[in-house]
Design a protein around this ligand. Structure first.
Ligand code: WT7
Length: 653
């Protein structure tokens, strides 16, 4: 439905808490208030300067070619090699002994990979792919658990100019087959399995099954990493063990320079409807912006920081903030294979204590889960190494933000709430830790070099204090170049709703200071008695009640108000569903946001339906609230969740 009436999004939430950057961090920050002011002046000059953070074989003289919008070319006459930038140049600069990856397996095994070792491994893997006949431009599908080989395989592809298409290891054979076919991949890199929730979980059978589907016939080889040692079916002539092929290769490989616009990877994003979109990212602009944002937003000091992004490499967050952004900066990172509660709910905090993690980047869904488990769990560990926290993936409720800062960040660390998308490739809107006085729940302002604003239905910029649609008004280096094989869909999805502006699909508001607050996907906005109300704001109001850990809100068809607000809440650790609580929660929302936002129905549940990347699937909750047959549940992490929720509903009359 979207924000379709002329009524703009109501601006309901008032959040008055403010947190200034710690003086010590601000004084030593990679981006200071001074530099921030200067940066804004000339956008193209700014990005040309950032491109010089990278090592180019041929330095670009042209910054942006926008002669055929919305098809951008950045740094088009430059040439570089991404793997060289992420690995070799750090070794050449004398940092070969620096740890690139502290790998922590779920069963507790581990491996430390230095930059020098990473270089040898990436070169061997690149030589192995060449032996398999992979050439620049050929696509390689990667379907691996979170193990060092995932990073090595991606960099090996980048090194030889073969675009990778990483498919999240939790996806089914079906999803894998669609992605292999659409990308027309020639080789698949996988593993026998990975460890999840304390047990080996097989991956190779899904590859075998996917390769029986039409459209996947061109896959010549399957390269298999042995991770779990489980029984693995084998197709002679097609399947090869990584340990047979890769270690016998030379660790010498001369990186070839590729055009800045050479395709680097395709990554599929499901969206809410239709077939997955293959988001295409290219080389020079993508690496420039991922590299710059690690430096600026995470204030990374490669000599001293230990960075941990908890995302899976199967998502864009893993591509940009485990592989390309941090490694191009020479960062030391943690790579963790498993789930946060295996074997106990303190596993993440134990890992931070063990490796002295200083920068943690995670998602609101994880923070709310930890809130539900209770603050006494992180309290058992030494988290004093942390100096900066980040959030991504969904709007973070102010209460979850404050909890994160207080119980994980010792009430001391700045939080950067980073807004971006698979399509944007890198962070676009975020506080800067040494510059911005933060507001819990707001991503605040576009980064230097990024142009974003909020507009109404007619495309006019809204005044401060109002809401509407988030748009990006100028091209940026790490923007998607197209949807793989479907230019028309690229135009229709992002560039047709408003002329010359990129439509992100998110609702947002500008507060009185002009700071941006994200309000969720426009498809989720509710229309109650003629008022557009954001699901995010009502959810945040519910989470601000001391007994609520997490909430999901939907608009359900209602004969009198058009839509009525239905809420699903998860209570905090010790809270129980006592008499009167639901009434208390409804009154609490009315007090926080006003009577218009008061949910008509609230149901306490044990779990919420989430996608594998942690986003709440409101569409399914809408089906429940409107007593409809459930839609497609195949992308849920746990499909039994919906049965549990339905069993809590009063029996149909
Ligand atoms: C959508 C993009 C960006 C990597 C992970 C998700 C939502 C993302 C925020 C944030 C509010 C956010 C938006 C966006 N989103 N970050 N900080 N505040 N909303 O990538 O799967 O492509 O999803 O995630 O709705 O459009 P993605």
């Amino acid at each position: 439905m979207g924000v379709s009436s002329n009524e703009s999004l109501a601006n309901l939430l008032k959040e008055e808490r403010r947190f200034a950057p710690p003086a010590e961090l601000a004084a030593a920050a990679n981006v200071t208030a001074e530099a921030y002011k200067k940066a804004a002046a000339d956008r193209l000059e700014f990005w040309a300067t950032q491109a010089r953070r990278l090592t180019w074989d041929i330095a670009p003289t042209e910054t942006l070619d926008w002669s055929n919008p919305p098809f951008a070319k950045w740094f088009a006459d430059g040439k570089l090699n991404v793997a060289y930038n992420c690995v070799d140049r750090h070794v050449e600069a004398g940092h070969g002994d620096r740890v690139a990856l502290h790998f922590e397996g779920e069963p507790g095994d581990g491996r430390t990979v230095s930059y020098a070792e990473l270089k040898d491994e990436v070169c061997r893997a690149a030589n192995a792919l060449i032996e398999l006949g992979v050439k620049a431009g050929d696509r390689v599908a990667i379907y691996l658990p979170m193990i060092p080989e995932a990073v090595i395989a991606m960099l090996a592809c980048a090194r030889i100019g073969a675009p990778h298409s990483v498919v999240f290891g939790g996806f089914s054979a079906d999803a894998l087959a669609t992605r292999i076919a659409d990308a027309d991949a020639r080789v698949v890199i996988t593993a026998d399995g990975g460890y999840r929730r304390g047990k080996p979980s097989a991956l190779k059978p899904a590859v075998d099954e996917a390769l029986t589907r039409p459209g996947t016939e061109k896959v010549r080889n399957v390269l298999v990493v042995r991770r779990t040692g489980q029984e693995t079916a084998w197709t002679e002539g097609r399947d090869l063990w990584w340990h047979d092929l890769v270690p016998r290769q030379s660790e010498q490989h001369t990186p070839q320079a590729f055009d800045a616009e050479h395709p680097l990877f395709i990554l599929y994003t499901s969206g809410t409807t239709g077939k997955p979109k293959g988001i295409l990212h290219t080389t020079g602009g993508y690496l420039t912006q991922t590299s710059y944002t690690v430096h600026a937003v995470f204030d990374l000091k490669p000599e001293t920081d230990v960075f941990w992004c908890t995302a899976d490499v199967g998502w864009v967050t893993g591509h940009s903030y485990i592989v390309y952004g941090p490694l191009s900066n020479g960062a030391t990172q943690v790579l963790y294979e498993g789930t946060p509660d295996t074997p106990h709910q303190g596993r993440w905090w134990e890992i931070i204590q063990k490796y002295r993690v200083s920068i943690l980047y995670t998602a609101p869904t994880a923070i709310r889960t930890c809130m539900k488990w209770g603050e006494d769990i992180p309290a058992k560990f030494d988290l004093s190494s942390l100096r900066l926290l980040g959030s991504v993936g969904e709007p973070i409720n102010p209460e979850a933000w404050v909890w994160y800062r207080k119980y994980i960040g010792a009430d001391r660390t700045p939080i950067v709430d980073t807004w971006w998308q698979t399509e944007t490739g890198a962070i676009m809107i975020s506080p800067l830790p040494g510059v911005t006085t933060t507001k819990p729940g707001s991503a605040q302002h576009p980064l230097p070099g990024v142009a974003a604003t909020v507009i109404d239905d007619e495309g006019n910029e809204v005044p401060n204090g109002s809401g509407g649609y988030l748009v990006l008004t100028e091209p940026w280096p790490s923007m998607l170049r197209t949807i793989w094989g479907d230019e028309q869909r690229y135009l229709d999805t992002y560039w047709s709703r408003f002329e010359n502006r990129y439509f992100a699909g998110d609702g947002a508001k500008k507060d009185e200071d002009g700071d941006i607050w994200l309000l969720g996907r426009v498809d989720d906005v509710m229309l109650v008695s003629g008022h557009n109300i954001s699901t995010t704001e009502v959810e945040s109001a519910l989470v601000s009640h001391p007994k609520v850990a997490e909430a999901a809100v939907v608009g359900a068809a209602d004969p009198t108000t058009g839509q009525a607000i239905a809420a699903f809440v998860i209570l905090r650790g010790s809270a129980t569903e006592e008499e009167g609580l639901i009434e208390e929660l409804r009154a609490h929302v009315a007090r926080e946001l006003g009577p218009i936002a008061k949910p008509k129905r609230i149901l306490a549940v044990a779990e919420l339906p989430k996608t594998r990347s942690g986003k709440i699937m409101r569409r399914l909750l809408r089906d429940v609230a409107e007593n409809r047959q459930l839609g497609d549940v195949t992308t849920l992490t746990d499909s039994t969740v919906m049965e549990l929720i339905q069993s809590k509903l009063p029996a149909a009359p």
